[in-house]
Design a protein around this ligand. Structure first.
Ligand code: NAD
Ligand code: MG
Length: 406
Protein backbone atom coordinates (compact mmCIF):
# COMPACT_ATOMS: atom_id res chain seq x y z
CA UNK A 1 0.00 0.00 0.00
CA UNK A 2 1.49 3.33 -1.09
CA UNK A 3 0.87 6.29 1.23
CA UNK A 4 0.54 9.29 -1.04
CA UNK A 5 0.96 12.99 -0.26
CA UNK A 6 -0.69 15.27 -2.79
CA UNK A 7 0.90 18.69 -2.71
CA UNK A 8 -1.60 20.93 -4.51
CA UNK A 9 -4.56 18.62 -3.93
CA UNK A 10 -7.17 21.24 -4.88
CA UNK A 11 -5.71 21.78 -8.34
CA UNK A 12 -6.31 20.09 -11.65
CA UNK A 13 -3.51 17.52 -11.25
CA UNK A 14 -4.39 17.04 -7.58
CA UNK A 15 -8.01 16.24 -8.44
CA UNK A 16 -6.99 13.79 -11.14
CA UNK A 17 -4.53 12.08 -8.80
CA UNK A 18 -7.22 11.70 -6.15
CA UNK A 19 -9.57 10.24 -8.73
CA UNK A 20 -7.03 7.54 -9.65
CA UNK A 21 -6.19 6.84 -6.00
CA UNK A 22 -9.87 6.42 -5.09
CA UNK A 23 -10.20 3.75 -7.80
CA UNK A 24 -7.59 1.57 -6.06
CA UNK A 25 -8.09 1.67 -2.29
CA UNK A 26 -6.16 -1.60 -1.95
CA UNK A 27 -3.04 -0.02 -3.52
CA UNK A 28 -3.03 3.64 -2.64
CA UNK A 29 -4.13 5.88 0.21
CA UNK A 30 -4.04 9.69 0.13
CA UNK A 31 -2.45 10.36 3.53
CA UNK A 32 -1.55 14.04 3.10
CA UNK A 33 -3.49 16.74 1.23
CA UNK A 34 -2.32 20.33 0.83
CA UNK A 35 -3.63 23.54 -0.71
CA UNK A 36 -2.73 27.19 -0.91
CA UNK A 37 -5.88 29.11 0.16
CA UNK A 38 -8.85 27.02 -1.02
CA UNK A 39 -9.93 26.05 2.47
CA UNK A 40 -13.47 24.90 1.62
CA UNK A 41 -12.25 22.73 -1.26
CA UNK A 42 -9.49 21.23 0.89
CA UNK A 43 -11.93 20.43 3.71
CA UNK A 44 -14.27 18.74 1.23
CA UNK A 45 -11.40 16.62 -0.13
CA UNK A 46 -10.51 15.62 3.43
CA UNK A 47 -14.07 14.46 4.06
CA UNK A 48 -13.98 12.38 0.88
CA UNK A 49 -10.45 10.95 1.16
CA UNK A 50 -9.81 10.86 4.93
CA UNK A 51 -6.11 11.80 4.98
CA UNK A 52 -4.01 11.78 8.16
CA UNK A 53 -2.83 15.35 7.62
CA UNK A 54 -4.16 18.46 5.85
CA UNK A 55 -1.90 21.45 5.26
CA UNK A 56 -3.05 24.89 4.19
CA UNK A 57 -0.15 27.09 3.04
CA UNK A 58 -1.87 30.30 4.10
CA UNK A 59 -1.49 30.33 7.89
CA UNK A 60 -4.43 32.71 8.38
CA UNK A 61 -6.74 29.90 7.26
CA UNK A 62 -5.57 27.17 9.62
CA UNK A 63 -8.25 27.88 12.25
CA UNK A 64 -10.98 27.79 9.63
CA UNK A 65 -9.68 24.48 8.25
CA UNK A 66 -9.62 22.99 11.77
CA UNK A 67 -13.15 24.24 12.40
CA UNK A 68 -14.48 22.76 9.16
CA UNK A 69 -12.80 19.38 9.76
CA UNK A 70 -14.00 19.23 13.37
CA UNK A 71 -17.55 20.07 12.24
CA UNK A 72 -17.33 17.14 9.82
CA UNK A 73 -16.18 14.88 12.65
CA UNK A 74 -12.76 14.22 11.10
CA UNK A 75 -9.72 13.32 13.19
CA UNK A 76 -7.29 14.63 10.64
CA UNK A 77 -4.24 16.54 11.80
CA UNK A 78 -4.07 20.16 10.58
CA UNK A 79 -1.03 22.33 9.89
CA UNK A 80 -0.28 25.53 7.98
CA UNK A 81 2.53 27.53 6.43
CA UNK A 82 5.38 26.70 4.11
CA UNK A 83 7.49 24.94 6.74
CA UNK A 84 4.56 22.59 7.42
CA UNK A 85 4.26 21.92 3.69
CA UNK A 86 7.94 20.99 3.50
CA UNK A 87 7.68 18.88 6.65
CA UNK A 88 4.73 17.02 5.14
CA UNK A 89 6.67 16.34 1.93
CA UNK A 90 9.60 14.78 3.79
CA UNK A 91 7.75 13.31 6.78
CA UNK A 92 6.84 9.75 7.61
CA UNK A 93 3.15 9.97 6.73
CA UNK A 94 3.93 9.35 3.04
CA UNK A 95 6.25 7.29 0.87
CA UNK A 96 5.04 8.85 -2.38
CA UNK A 97 4.69 12.55 -3.18
CA UNK A 98 2.68 13.98 -6.05
CA UNK A 99 4.31 17.38 -6.59
CA UNK A 100 1.37 19.27 -8.08
CA UNK A 101 1.80 22.81 -6.77
CA UNK A 102 1.97 25.37 -9.56
CA UNK A 103 5.05 27.54 -10.09
CA UNK A 104 8.20 28.21 -8.11
CA UNK A 105 6.10 27.90 -4.96
CA UNK A 106 6.48 24.13 -5.38
CA UNK A 107 10.28 24.07 -5.40
CA UNK A 108 10.99 23.77 -1.69
CA UNK A 109 8.57 20.92 -1.02
CA UNK A 110 9.61 19.08 -4.18
CA UNK A 111 13.26 19.28 -3.12
CA UNK A 112 12.35 18.14 0.39
CA UNK A 113 10.53 15.08 -0.97
CA UNK A 114 13.52 14.27 -3.18
CA UNK A 115 16.02 14.60 -0.32
CA UNK A 116 13.87 12.36 1.86
CA UNK A 117 13.99 9.60 -0.78
CA UNK A 118 10.28 9.61 -1.59
CA UNK A 119 8.85 8.25 -4.80
CA UNK A 120 8.56 11.68 -6.41
CA UNK A 121 5.81 12.00 -9.01
CA UNK A 122 6.68 15.29 -10.62
CA UNK A 123 4.00 17.50 -12.18
CA UNK A 124 5.46 20.79 -10.91
CA UNK A 125 7.67 21.38 -13.97
CA UNK A 126 8.76 24.82 -12.75
CA UNK A 127 10.85 23.22 -10.00
CA UNK A 128 12.95 21.15 -12.41
CA UNK A 129 13.20 24.08 -14.84
CA UNK A 130 14.55 26.27 -12.05
CA UNK A 131 16.74 23.82 -10.24
CA UNK A 132 17.30 20.82 -12.53
CA UNK A 133 20.76 19.74 -11.33
CA UNK A 134 19.94 20.43 -7.66
CA UNK A 135 16.71 18.45 -7.84
CA UNK A 136 18.34 15.47 -9.58
CA UNK A 137 21.15 15.50 -7.06
CA UNK A 138 18.61 15.54 -4.23
CA UNK A 139 16.85 12.51 -5.75
CA UNK A 140 20.19 10.68 -6.08
CA UNK A 141 21.23 11.52 -2.51
CA UNK A 142 17.81 10.65 -1.11
CA UNK A 143 17.86 7.33 -2.96
CA UNK A 144 14.29 7.69 -4.20
CA UNK A 145 12.92 7.72 -7.68
CA UNK A 146 11.52 10.50 -9.87
CA UNK A 147 8.71 9.61 -12.24
CA UNK A 148 7.52 12.33 -14.57
CA UNK A 149 3.80 13.14 -14.58
CA UNK A 150 3.90 15.83 -17.27
CA UNK A 151 2.25 13.89 -20.10
CA UNK A 152 5.05 14.41 -22.64
CA UNK A 153 7.78 13.35 -20.23
CA UNK A 154 5.74 10.48 -18.95
CA UNK A 155 5.32 9.39 -22.59
CA UNK A 156 9.07 9.61 -23.20
CA UNK A 157 9.76 7.74 -19.97
CA UNK A 158 7.48 4.98 -21.25
CA UNK A 159 9.20 4.92 -24.67
CA UNK A 160 12.76 4.77 -23.36
CA UNK A 161 14.44 1.36 -23.17
CA UNK A 162 14.62 -0.93 -20.14
CA UNK A 163 11.70 0.58 -18.26
CA UNK A 164 11.23 -2.57 -16.23
CA UNK A 165 14.71 -2.29 -14.73
CA UNK A 166 14.74 0.37 -12.07
CA UNK A 167 18.52 0.82 -12.19
CA UNK A 168 18.30 1.98 -15.80
CA UNK A 169 14.86 3.43 -16.06
CA UNK A 170 15.03 6.12 -13.44
CA UNK A 171 15.42 9.37 -15.30
CA UNK A 172 17.36 10.64 -12.32
CA UNK A 173 20.03 7.97 -12.37
CA UNK A 174 22.99 7.36 -14.55
CA UNK A 175 26.24 5.65 -14.94
CA UNK A 176 27.75 8.77 -16.47
CA UNK A 177 28.00 11.53 -13.92
CA UNK A 178 24.43 11.94 -12.79
CA UNK A 179 22.73 11.50 -16.15
CA UNK A 180 21.76 8.63 -18.38
CA UNK A 181 23.68 8.73 -21.65
CA UNK A 182 20.90 8.66 -24.20
CA UNK A 183 23.08 7.92 -27.23
CA UNK A 184 24.62 4.96 -25.45
CA UNK A 185 21.10 3.70 -25.02
CA UNK A 186 20.53 4.03 -28.77
CA UNK A 187 18.45 7.20 -28.65
CA UNK A 188 18.93 9.92 -31.29
CA UNK A 189 16.17 12.42 -30.48
CA UNK A 190 13.31 13.17 -28.14
CA UNK A 191 10.27 14.62 -29.88
CA UNK A 192 7.89 16.54 -27.63
CA UNK A 193 4.44 17.01 -29.06
CA UNK A 194 2.51 20.25 -28.52
CA UNK A 195 -1.16 20.83 -29.20
CA UNK A 196 -0.30 24.33 -30.37
CA UNK A 197 -2.74 25.73 -27.80
CA UNK A 198 -5.94 27.66 -28.52
CA UNK A 199 -4.24 30.10 -30.92
CA UNK A 200 -2.48 27.72 -33.29
CA UNK A 201 -2.37 29.16 -36.79
CA UNK A 202 -3.11 32.74 -35.65
CA UNK A 203 -0.94 35.68 -36.70
CA UNK A 204 0.63 38.16 -34.29
CA UNK A 205 -1.92 40.80 -35.30
CA UNK A 206 -4.73 38.42 -34.39
CA UNK A 207 -3.19 37.79 -30.96
CA UNK A 208 -2.88 41.44 -29.94
CA UNK A 209 -6.21 41.64 -28.10
CA UNK A 210 -6.49 38.14 -26.60
CA UNK A 211 -8.24 38.06 -23.20
CA UNK A 212 -7.37 35.77 -20.23
CA UNK A 213 -10.65 33.88 -20.77
CA UNK A 214 -9.72 33.13 -24.39
CA UNK A 215 -6.20 32.09 -23.40
CA UNK A 216 -7.46 29.72 -20.69
CA UNK A 217 -9.76 27.86 -23.06
CA UNK A 218 -7.51 25.01 -24.12
CA UNK A 219 -8.86 22.88 -26.99
CA UNK A 220 -7.89 19.48 -25.50
CA UNK A 221 -7.00 19.76 -21.82
CA UNK A 222 -8.66 21.26 -18.72
CA UNK A 223 -5.87 22.71 -16.58
CA UNK A 224 -5.04 25.42 -14.04
CA UNK A 225 -4.96 29.01 -15.32
CA UNK A 226 -1.18 29.48 -15.25
CA UNK A 227 -0.36 26.40 -17.32
CA UNK A 228 -3.26 27.23 -19.65
CA UNK A 229 -1.71 30.62 -20.45
CA UNK A 230 1.69 28.93 -20.82
CA UNK A 231 0.12 26.54 -23.31
CA UNK A 232 -1.34 29.44 -25.27
CA UNK A 233 2.04 31.23 -25.49
CA UNK A 234 3.93 27.93 -26.03
CA UNK A 235 6.03 28.80 -22.96
CA UNK A 236 4.67 25.55 -21.55
CA UNK A 237 6.43 23.66 -24.34
CA UNK A 238 9.56 25.72 -23.73
CA UNK A 239 9.53 24.77 -20.04
CA UNK A 240 9.01 21.17 -21.12
CA UNK A 241 12.06 21.26 -23.41
CA UNK A 242 14.13 22.33 -20.39
CA UNK A 243 12.42 19.69 -18.25
CA UNK A 244 13.27 16.98 -20.83
CA UNK A 245 16.87 18.14 -20.98
CA UNK A 246 17.28 17.60 -17.24
CA UNK A 247 15.13 14.49 -16.81
CA UNK A 248 16.59 12.51 -19.66
CA UNK A 249 20.06 14.03 -20.04
CA UNK A 250 19.25 15.09 -23.61
CA UNK A 251 21.39 17.75 -25.28
CA UNK A 252 19.34 20.76 -26.39
CA UNK A 253 19.78 19.92 -30.08
CA UNK A 254 18.39 16.44 -29.51
CA UNK A 255 15.03 17.81 -28.29
CA UNK A 256 12.52 18.73 -30.95
CA UNK A 257 9.02 20.15 -30.66
CA UNK A 258 6.32 18.96 -33.04
CA UNK A 259 2.84 20.48 -33.13
CA UNK A 260 0.13 17.81 -33.07
CA UNK A 261 -3.29 19.43 -32.62
CA UNK A 262 -5.20 16.27 -31.64
CA UNK A 263 -3.08 15.62 -28.51
CA UNK A 264 -3.31 11.86 -28.96
CA UNK A 265 0.42 11.21 -29.49
CA UNK A 266 1.91 12.45 -26.23
CA UNK A 267 5.56 12.37 -27.35
CA UNK A 268 8.05 10.22 -29.26
CA UNK A 269 11.55 8.79 -28.95
CA UNK A 270 13.65 8.33 -32.09
CA UNK A 271 16.35 5.64 -32.01
CA UNK A 272 19.62 5.48 -33.95
CA UNK A 273 18.26 2.70 -36.17
CA UNK A 274 15.38 4.87 -37.37
CA UNK A 275 12.73 3.38 -35.09
CA UNK A 276 10.39 5.93 -33.56
CA UNK A 277 8.39 4.89 -30.49
CA UNK A 278 5.38 6.92 -29.43
CA UNK A 279 2.96 6.78 -26.54
CA UNK A 280 -0.68 7.42 -27.46
CA UNK A 281 -3.84 7.85 -25.49
CA UNK A 282 -6.80 10.14 -25.05
CA UNK A 283 -5.83 13.52 -23.60
CA UNK A 284 -6.55 12.74 -19.95
CA UNK A 285 -3.89 13.35 -17.28
CA UNK A 286 -5.11 10.35 -15.32
CA UNK A 287 -3.15 8.09 -17.71
CA UNK A 288 0.20 9.68 -16.84
CA UNK A 289 -0.74 9.93 -13.16
CA UNK A 290 -1.85 6.29 -12.94
CA UNK A 291 1.30 5.19 -14.77
CA UNK A 292 3.48 7.11 -12.33
CA UNK A 293 1.54 5.99 -9.24
CA UNK A 294 1.64 2.29 -10.11
CA UNK A 295 5.01 2.15 -11.93
CA UNK A 296 6.39 -0.33 -12.84
CA UNK A 297 2.97 -1.96 -12.73
CA UNK A 298 -0.14 -0.81 -14.58
CA UNK A 299 -3.57 0.02 -13.21
CA UNK A 300 -6.90 1.19 -14.60
CA UNK A 301 -6.99 5.00 -14.75
CA UNK A 302 -10.67 5.41 -15.60
CA UNK A 303 -9.65 6.82 -18.98
CA UNK A 304 -11.81 6.22 -22.08
CA UNK A 305 -9.93 3.79 -24.34
CA UNK A 306 -8.49 5.33 -27.49
CA UNK A 307 -10.51 4.48 -30.61
CA UNK A 308 -8.17 5.42 -33.44
CA UNK A 309 -10.67 4.43 -36.14
CA UNK A 310 -13.06 7.07 -34.81
CA UNK A 311 -10.40 9.81 -34.48
CA UNK A 312 -9.71 12.62 -36.91
CA UNK A 313 -6.52 11.98 -38.93
CA UNK A 314 -3.42 12.65 -36.88
CA UNK A 315 -1.70 15.83 -38.06
CA UNK A 316 1.79 17.15 -37.36
CA UNK A 317 3.48 20.47 -38.19
CA UNK A 318 6.50 22.45 -37.01
CA UNK A 319 5.93 25.13 -34.34
CA UNK A 320 5.67 28.80 -35.36
CA UNK A 321 8.55 30.25 -33.37
CA UNK A 322 8.15 33.76 -34.80
CA UNK A 323 4.58 34.14 -33.52
CA UNK A 324 5.05 32.13 -30.32
CA UNK A 325 8.32 33.67 -29.19
CA UNK A 326 8.23 32.19 -25.70
CA UNK A 327 9.26 28.80 -27.08
CA UNK A 328 12.29 30.36 -28.79
CA UNK A 329 13.15 32.21 -25.56
CA UNK A 330 13.10 28.96 -23.59
CA UNK A 331 15.52 27.34 -26.07
CA UNK A 332 17.67 30.47 -25.73
CA UNK A 333 17.69 30.17 -21.92
CA UNK A 334 18.54 26.48 -22.06
CA UNK A 335 21.44 27.21 -24.41
CA UNK A 336 22.64 30.00 -22.12
CA UNK A 337 22.71 27.42 -19.30
CA UNK A 338 23.27 28.05 -15.59
CA UNK A 339 20.35 29.81 -13.95
CA UNK A 340 18.95 31.33 -17.18
CA UNK A 341 16.00 28.88 -17.12
CA UNK A 342 15.20 29.99 -13.55
CA UNK A 343 15.30 33.64 -14.68
CA UNK A 344 13.05 32.78 -17.63
CA UNK A 345 10.63 30.99 -15.32
CA UNK A 346 10.48 33.83 -12.77
CA UNK A 347 9.89 36.48 -15.44
CA UNK A 348 7.23 34.31 -17.05
CA UNK A 349 5.38 33.77 -13.76
CA UNK A 350 5.21 37.54 -13.16
CA UNK A 351 4.20 38.29 -16.76
CA UNK A 352 1.48 35.61 -16.77
CA UNK A 353 0.13 36.91 -13.45
CA UNK A 354 -0.06 40.41 -14.97
CA UNK A 355 -1.75 39.09 -18.10
CA UNK A 356 -4.31 37.16 -16.04
CA UNK A 357 -4.97 40.35 -14.04
CA UNK A 358 -5.67 42.22 -17.27
CA UNK A 359 -2.57 44.39 -16.83
CA UNK A 360 -0.44 43.09 -19.72
CA UNK A 361 -1.28 42.30 -23.36
CA UNK A 362 -0.87 38.66 -24.39
CA UNK A 363 2.00 39.32 -26.81
CA UNK A 364 3.93 41.32 -24.21
CA UNK A 365 4.48 38.22 -22.04
CA UNK A 366 7.37 37.32 -24.35
CA UNK A 367 8.67 40.92 -24.28
CA UNK A 368 8.90 40.89 -20.48
CA UNK A 369 10.67 37.52 -20.44
CA UNK A 370 13.09 38.62 -23.15
CA UNK A 371 13.92 41.89 -21.35
CA UNK A 372 14.58 40.13 -18.02
CA UNK A 373 16.81 37.52 -19.68
CA UNK A 374 18.78 40.33 -21.36
CA UNK A 375 19.15 42.19 -18.05
CA UNK A 376 20.32 39.19 -16.03
CA UNK A 377 22.96 37.13 -17.85
CA UNK A 378 23.20 33.50 -16.75
CA UNK A 379 25.16 32.58 -13.65
CA UNK A 380 26.14 29.11 -12.48
CA UNK A 381 23.63 27.31 -10.25
CA UNK A 382 25.41 26.98 -6.91
CA UNK A 383 22.79 26.20 -4.30
CA UNK A 384 19.15 26.68 -3.61
CA UNK A 385 19.66 29.87 -1.56
CA UNK A 386 21.50 31.62 -4.42
CA UNK A 387 18.86 30.38 -6.81
CA UNK A 388 16.11 31.78 -4.58
CA UNK A 389 17.86 35.15 -4.56
CA UNK A 390 18.18 35.16 -8.37
CA UNK A 391 14.50 34.21 -8.64
CA UNK A 392 13.65 37.21 -6.43
CA UNK A 393 15.84 39.59 -8.46
CA UNK A 394 14.31 38.36 -11.73
CA UNK A 395 10.78 38.90 -10.34
CA UNK A 396 11.72 42.41 -9.28
CA UNK A 397 13.15 43.16 -12.72
CA UNK A 398 9.98 41.83 -14.38
CA UNK A 399 7.77 43.99 -12.11
CA UNK A 400 9.84 47.08 -12.87
CA UNK A 401 9.65 46.41 -16.61
CA UNK A 402 5.89 45.99 -16.26
CA UNK A 403 5.53 49.29 -14.34
CA UNK A 404 7.57 51.15 -16.95
CA UNK A 405 5.55 49.64 -19.77
CA UNK A 406 2.20 50.71 -18.31
P1 NAD B 1 -3.79 24.40 -10.47
O1 NAD B 1 -3.70 25.88 -10.51
O2 NAD B 1 -5.03 23.75 -10.93
O3 NAD B 1 -3.48 23.88 -8.99
C1 NAD B 1 -2.38 24.32 -8.28
C2 NAD B 1 -2.34 23.75 -6.87
O4 NAD B 1 -1.21 24.32 -6.19
C3 NAD B 1 -3.57 24.10 -6.02
O5 NAD B 1 -3.88 23.02 -5.18
C4 NAD B 1 -3.09 25.29 -5.18
O6 NAD B 1 -3.76 25.38 -3.94
C5 NAD B 1 -1.62 24.95 -4.99
N1 NAD B 1 -0.81 26.18 -4.82
C6 NAD B 1 -0.76 27.24 -5.65
N2 NAD B 1 0.08 28.18 -5.17
C7 NAD B 1 0.57 27.70 -4.01
C8 NAD B 1 1.46 28.21 -3.03
N3 NAD B 1 2.02 29.43 -3.15
N4 NAD B 1 1.76 27.44 -1.96
C9 NAD B 1 1.20 26.22 -1.81
N5 NAD B 1 0.34 25.68 -2.70
C10 NAD B 1 0.02 26.41 -3.79
O7 NAD B 1 -2.54 23.86 -11.32
P2 NAD B 1 -2.42 22.51 -12.15
O8 NAD B 1 -2.95 22.74 -13.53
O9 NAD B 1 -2.94 21.37 -11.37
O10 NAD B 1 -0.85 22.39 -12.32
C11 NAD B 1 -0.02 22.01 -11.23
C12 NAD B 1 1.40 21.77 -11.75
O11 NAD B 1 1.35 20.65 -12.65
C13 NAD B 1 1.96 22.94 -12.58
O12 NAD B 1 3.33 23.03 -12.34
C14 NAD B 1 1.70 22.52 -14.01
O13 NAD B 1 2.64 23.07 -14.91
C15 NAD B 1 1.86 21.01 -13.92
N6 NAD B 1 1.12 20.27 -14.96
C16 NAD B 1 -0.23 20.38 -15.01
C17 NAD B 1 -0.95 19.69 -15.99
C18 NAD B 1 -2.44 19.75 -16.05
O14 NAD B 1 -3.04 19.07 -16.87
N7 NAD B 1 -3.11 20.55 -15.26
C19 NAD B 1 -0.25 18.90 -16.92
C20 NAD B 1 1.14 18.80 -16.80
C21 NAD B 1 1.81 19.49 -15.82
MG1 MG C 1 2.82 18.71 -20.66
Amino acid sequence: MYKVAILGATGSIGGNALDVIARHPERFRATVLTAHREVAALAELCVRHQPDLAVIADTSLEAELSRRLAAAGLRCEVASGHAALTAAAEGGLCDTVVAAIVGAAGLESTLAAARAGKRLLLANKESIVMAGPLLLEAVAVGGGVLIPVDSEHNAIFQCLPDQSRPDQSRPDQSRSGGRPDLRARGVRRLILTASGGPFRGRTRAELASITPEQACKHPNWVMGRKISVDSATLMNKGLEVIEAHHLFGAPVDAIEVLVHPQSLVHSLVEYLDGSVLAQLGNPDMRTAIAHALAWPERVDAGVTPLNLAACAPLAFEPPDLATFRCLALAYQALRAGGDAPAILNAANEIAVEAFLAGALPFLSIADVVEAVLAELPAQAVVDVQTLGERDRVAREAARRILRNAC
